[in-house]
Design a binder for this molecule. Sequence first.
Ligand SMILES: Nc1nc2c(ncn2[C@@H]2O[C@H](COP(=O)(O)OP(=O)(O)OP(=O)(O)O)[C@@H](O)[C@H]2O)c(=O)[nH]1
Ligand SMILES: [Mg+2]
Length: 337
Amino acid sequence: MEDPVEEFDPFENMTDEELDAFVDEQGDSAAAMPVADVPEGFHSGFVALVGRPNAGKSTLLNACLGEKVAITSPVAQTTRRRMRGVLNREDCQIVFVDTPGLHKPQDSLGGELNRSALMELDDVDVVAMLIDATKPVGRGDAWVAERVKKSHAKKVLVLTKLDLASPEAVATQLEGAHALMDFDDEIVVSATSGFNVDGFCSLVASYLPEGPRWFPEGMTTDESDEMLVAEFVREKVLLRTNQEVPHAVGVVCDSIESKKGGRVLAIHATILVEREGQKGIIIGKGGSMVKHIGSDARRDLERVFGRQVFLELEVKVSPGWRSDVREIHRMGYAADD
Ligand SMILES: Nc1nc2c(ncn2[C@@H]2O[C@H](COP(=O)(O)OP(=O)(O)OP(=O)(O)O)[C@@H](O)[C@H]2O)c(=O)[nH]1
Ligand SMILES: [Mg+2]
């Protein structure tokens, strides 16, 4: 697949001034209320994971939490919403903020994805800028770095996918990253092998101020159940389809009903595509594709909710939804949702 970042032109759809003004306008969107007393010397704060699409942000978030809350896939622009994941340790609470990959926007949806990532830069204590060890540092990274530089947060360089890179490649990537900007710290990780994942958590924790718990201890993510359903279904679509289909798909969870005395959840979700042909691909021969997507998603949802799940999926066409701001809001992919 063509990497949209390679032909990156930041001036095409948004000027720097427009982006800066937007980020300034956002104010303290990460503000949360303290929820519990904590021992003296307790540290807490917010850590944004930013970078180009596919850099490994969501995979690193899941690895840090030891639990899958964010969807991941080889398709660029998998993440469409800012999502918080909470890591509780004895002496600190780290609130990770996963963001959509920063990229050249092709439509209204792309613009919203960039905005929701950029909104986080000034509202956090630490910005972790992820760079893929296997993809040469390029204009896309330079553009991200320009934004990161302006944040008042501590800046940590995270070179990801170490398991896929030779020591020489790592050295070249670090050199390329150092040329982009000055970082306060850096670390090399592999989220899939687990290498340095704890080290990354400890590193960012060391930059957090003393503070309260912002979220209750049992809470791992601030996503609603409906949004988790929609995202897990979308992930399965991304993993089973290719070419233009993954980007044309949006998922809405219509209902979640508790049945059989709470032992079963009956869930209905709608998969939206832009064209009839895409609908045919999602449904598949004799309904085989949608059946696979449903059973893949059901397995994940049963794990997430700890209950048996009946998942009903419907496929609908919503022509050009990615250019329709109302539809983008309805699906929950807008920056301020
Ligand atoms: N081998 C290897 N693959 C990784 C690692 N981290 C992420 N990946 C893979 O890289 C791909 C992209 O990972 P994501 O976590 O979805 O990337 P992202 O930065 O969240 O991407 P967007 O949401 O599109 O911005 C997936 O196929 C992951 O499995 C890693 O440490 N090692
Ligand atoms: Mg992601």
